[in-house]
Design a protein around this ligand. Structure first.
Ligand code: SF4
Length: 193
């Protein structure tokens, strides 16, 4: 049986994606490496959700904490292109781990999200694949997004309201109604961890 190292961005996206690849007969192991997630409390929450799901699914999980400085090192001041650097950071780590761990291929749960730039994601993953000489398994899983949400509800998983980085949090907060004074206070106080 071929084995797959699956980068997991969060529990809700992993719930369906693991099921999908397992249904193809692949032996799936997960890797968590998401230093893009801010603030620290949110990082811990998503990490713990993923750990709980891994236990439920009997999924081997390689937990890599990383540092928020890993994210800012690659993104720098380049906020406009930040997603390409963010994908690259996480998928390079996964491809390297897949190669070192003797996996046949790697992939990512980000492929199920309609909020990610799929072609950009695919291009970055294929570059990591070439660099580390391990196959990238691609599939556009976005049509299964609703099924994934349903599964996440069934598992009782926390579902986050923003992508992960400080910028996506700011965008989320600024899209909320201004009459919410609590939101304005949070927005002023949010800073990189
Ligand atoms: S919006 Fe999401 S993918 Fe883009 S840099 Fe932020 S966390 Fe990474």
């Amino acid at each position: 049986m071929a084995n797959l190292l699956l980068h997991t961005c969060c529990g809700p996206c992993a719930a369906y994606t693991v099921e999908e690849w397992r249904s193809e007969g692949l032996e799936v192991a997960a890797l968590w490496y998401n230093p893009n997630i801010h603030p620290k409390a949110e990082f811990i929450k998503r990490r713990d959700v993923m750990q709980g799901l891994a236990r439920t699914l009997e999924l081997p999980l390689d937990l890599r904490e990383g540092q928020v400085s890993d994210y800012f090192r690659v993104v720098g001041r380049n906020r406009a292109d930040r997603c390409a650097h963010c994908f690259s950071l996480r998928l390079e780590e996964t491809a390297r781990a897949a190669r070192e761990g003797g996996f046949d291929a790697f992939s990512t749960t980000l492929l199920i999200s309609p909020y990610q730039e799929q072609e950009l994601l695919r291009g970055v993953a294929e570059e990591a694949s070439r660099e580390h000489k391990v196959r990238f398994l691609y599939r556009d899983l976005r049509p299964s997004y609703q099924r994934g949400r349903q599964l996440a509800r069934q598992h009782g998983l926390y579902r986050q309201k923003y992508c992960g980085c400080i910028y996506s949090l700011q965008e989320r907060l600024s899209s909320l109604p201004m009459r919410d004074e609590g939101t304005a206070i949070v927005a002023r106080n949010v800073a990189p961890q």
